[in-house]
Write a protein that binds this ligand. Sequence first.
Ligand code: GLN
Length: 246
Amino acid sequence: MANVIDIVSLYPKDMNIYGDSGNVLTIKRRLELYGYEPRVHAYNQGDDWPERVDMILGGGGQDTGQKKIISDFYARADLLRGLAADGVPMLMICGLYQLFGEYFETIDGTRLDGIGVFGAYTIGRDVRMIGNLVEHSEDFGQIVGYENHSGQTFLREGTQSLGRVEQEGRGNNGEDHTEGARVDNVIGTYMHGSLLPKNPAISDFLIRAAAERRYGGFAPQSTAEQQTELARLDQFAQEARRVAIT
Ligand code: GLN
């Protein structure tokens, strides 16, 4: 029997824009191709928290979406912080990346406190940062995606960014060339795209971390057919990345 990996898709109803659900589909498919059995649990406000969690994927959302989830999010803050500290791999895009920081002050002056997994804060501005985003990351090489946000995020001293913006894009704030944040196995980023179909290295990092934490190691058991399919997905990723790089 295949080893199960339990994935939480965090607030997919309100926090899932610009195709971020593609991240969940990608993780699910790659896990299957590696011979694991993925179980995806959609978690929305008021739902029961799943018994077992090996990975958490969260997407972006409008300011209004962020306000809708915020009280449930606070109720889950200790749990999420605990799982992050315990090494659960997580990927938080844009709106949820902002809320994994210390606070987000929206353009209308509302302050939404975050859960402080990242030493970072975000200020809403009246200029949107939109377009392809290409960055270099020490851990993952070149990362390619698409950004669309008006919040400017600033990392506190000592907070590691996910990458450094190269020729394309604005990144965390359009000023200091940083993009995203990383703490242990938790990644926050402005990269939509969807991110994971275009960046297999990040998918595989999340999968490996989940398998190692639950089973003590990552032991893919792909058939020849599955290996061919994985190679095809990597080929698609290359093509999608090329389109984004001008
Ligand atoms: N509302 C946030 C902003 O505009 C997040 C947007 C998003 O998730 N794309 O900064």
